[in-house]
Design a protein around this ligand. Sequence first.
Ligand code: GUN
Length: 294
Amino acid sequence: MVILDGKKISNEIKEEIAAEVSQMKERGEKVPHLAAVLVGNDGASLTYVGSKVRSCKKIGFESTLIHLPEETTEDELLKKVHQLNTDDSIDGYIVQLPLPKHIDEQKVLMAVDPDKDVDGFHPVNFGKMALDMESFISATPFGIMELLRRYKVDTEGKHVVVIGRSHIVGRPISILMSQKGEAANCTVTLTHSRTKNMTELTLQADIIVSALGVPHFLKEDMVKDGVVIIDVGITRVPDESKERGYYIAGDVDFESVSKKASFITPVPGGVGPMTIAMLLKNTLLARERHRNIK
Ligand code: GUN
């Protein structure tokens, strides 16, 4: 069994990006600049955004955190988005999700300039991705593909069962793994909460990508020997014995499933760090694309 070490690979990717940034600096060019918009004080979002901004600093990017109060109106947020669209110093930005309930998430994501949409959430980028065109691929599915590529996991003709149909992970990864290319060429089954014969399907899977958000959902008796496991779940489970008051759980019962797996991602330290690395990669791509235009 091989652990797909997302922490290690993400550090390698960050070092590669940092080397490119040094070269940009030596040439006297502008370095990539990522902005992140956070509305409210959701604990997990604060952690993720903090981590994204810290990573920018480490690799030599410029970064701007725009932290708005929970009461921010939809109009105020849309104004901020338009400002970021027209600010030439910003190469790419993200609006951290989830947004407070009084704000229409879709309306905000639609307002982001697709050329600065390093999250790849805008329909233009999602559509281009689905049509094999150059776009920004969302960081989590992009990170999963990169992890599979770097470990040279054989995906050719394999049956992938994706659990969860979210716009951010399940839906895009099901498209990417069915496309032509490296870490792809798979036969994909996309399952979700209404799937009736889940275990029947997971037992047939050569590769399982679980993005459900239900701790320890996938058990040993649901997988076959040699399966490749990608665990995208990151759920905070209350635990008073921990100083933070919670622990982080994946969708997979790692203890038992890892005994049957050929490759498996741990939680934490698997897909999570890859997501940040690929957001940085997208920001570098945004800078390069803007440089080529301007
Ligand atoms: N919330 C959970 N994951 C993500 C992500 O990748 N990007 C943004 N903007 N919000 C998220």
